[in-house]
Design a protein around this ligand. Structure first.
Ligand code: ADP
Length: 392
């Protein structure tokens, strides 16, 4: 018989702008299978599961249909086999501060945040609507990237704009990548064999999108992304912190519309904009090795900014216990990690170069370093599945 409550599975979906990633977990949260559909809407769309297959995927609904088809062939008997579907949702605004079973109100809140996360929220909702149609009766749970930051104090989340704008439009820092930062902070406590509520950690999520979060005794107190995921560190194609006057200057001097300036800051800046090579750190490191000056300066800028945030969050935390690197760049680039903490021995941060080269997960600082440095691979899907299991 299918649908035995004990054997039920959790499906996690992460619907991006042109991709849908999925992971299927069993009821003890072991991964059964995973895959992704890429290049949705383009003629060369494909699905990767055990193999890579080119297929026609005009929209997110089709992507979800193809994923379910695959799962029903290999891993799931029928829809009663699925306990719930967890969805990563980037922006939950001020209201959605907990993982929530999707109902009309939750969908409306996700929609309200479209203008704040135009590259993410519309696709998350498309995925939810598709699966509601395809698997009626199976609960959907929205897990918000912003929810982790609900405890950030007002002095950290307010911008120094007229206060009525916060009241009128909820203009404030929200923070993103919360699912990843929470997972990594919890894993850090496990690896350091200390309770999280006794630790002060700075987690550096360095992927295509990049953010840093300061978590004090299990509670986040500040984070580098803001009202939208554009603020903070330099990223693959996003500029991160700039003088806000540059926006109006560009609009006037380059005769650009606000929309064009926004596009420039979102998708033509960051590592790509400075290096002129790529948004991909691997390619930039390779070019830098061939004496490409712009590639080298892009790497220096990237690491310098991480270092500045580490210093400022060390102050915010009044002394951190650990600096943690995660996501594509943070997990894989020993060069970047070393540059981000270079010269910080005076404030108690000393990397061990051989541990930094060898370690895939664990401590990479010298034994004598008062502040530990760690590499921790993130696992957002597992974190989502954990939250779903608590709720359903
Ligand atoms: P996303 O934010 O899209 O999930 P990832 O976390 O996968 O991104 O990170 C993508 C980034 O990680 C890219 O810039 C990629 O070049 C970088 N990356 C992956 N492996 C390495 C590596 N070995 N060295 C340097 N950068 C790497």
């Amino acid at each position: 018989m299918t649908g035995n409550k004990k054997d039920k599975k959790i499906l996690v979906l992460n619907c991006g702008s042109s991709s849908v990633k999925y992971v299927l977990f069993d009821n003890t949260l072991n991964r059964i299978t995973k895959g992704n559909v890429e290049r949705i809407g383009s003629p060369d769309a494909f699905i990767v599961s055990d193999t890579k297959e080119v297929c026609s995927v005009p929209d997110h609904k089709t992507a979800v249909e193809i994923i379910l088809e695959k799962l029903f062939k290999n891993a799931i008997k029928d829809k009663d086999d699925i306990k719930a579907i967890g969805h990563r949702v980037v922006h939950g605004g001020e209201k959605m501060t907990q993982p929530s079973i999707v109902d009309d109100e939750v969908k409306s809140e996700i929609k309200k945040c479209f203008p704040l996360a135009p590259l993410h929220n519309p696709h998350h909702l498309a995925g939810i609507l598709a699966i509601e149609q395809l698997l009626p009766g199976v609960p959907n749970v929205a897990v918000f990237d912003t929810a982790y930051y609900k405890t950030i104090p007002a002095h950290a989340y307010l911008y120094a704009l007229p206060y009525y704008l916060y009241k009128k439009h909820s203009i404030r820092k929200y923070g993103f990548h919360g699912i990843s930062h929470q997972f990594v902070a919890e894993k850090t406590a496990e690896l350091m064999q200390k309770p999280l509520d006794k630790l002060k950690v700075i987690t550096c999520h360095l992927g295509n999108g990049c953010s840093i979060t300061a978590t004090k005794h299990g509670t986040p107190v500040d984070t580098s992304m803001g009202f939208t995921p554009l603020e903070g560190l330099m990223m693959g194609t996003r500029c991160g912190d700039i003088d806000p006057s540059i926006v109006t200057f560009l609009a006037t001097s380059e005769s650009m519309s606000m929309n064009d300036v926004n596009k420039l800051m979102q998708s033509q800046s960051g590592l790509l904009g400075v290096s002129g090579v790529s948004n991909d750190m691997r390619a930039i490191i390779e070019e830098s090795g061939k004496n490409n000056e712009r590639a080298s300066i892009a790497i220096e800028m990237f690491c310098y900014r991480v270092k500045k945030y580490i210093g400022s969050y060390n102050a915010v935390l009044e002394g951190a216990d650990a600096i943690v690197f995660t996501a594509g760049i943070g997990e894989n680039s020993s060069i970047v990690r070393e540059k981000c903490v270079k010269g910080l021995s005076r404030i108690g941060i000393e990397i061990d170069t051989s541990l930094n080269e060898e370690t895939k997960e664990g401590i990479i600082s010298k034994k004598s370093s008062p502040i530990k440095i760690l590499v921790v691979p993130t696992n957002e899907e597992l974190m989502i599945a954990k939250q779903v299991q608590i709720l359903v």
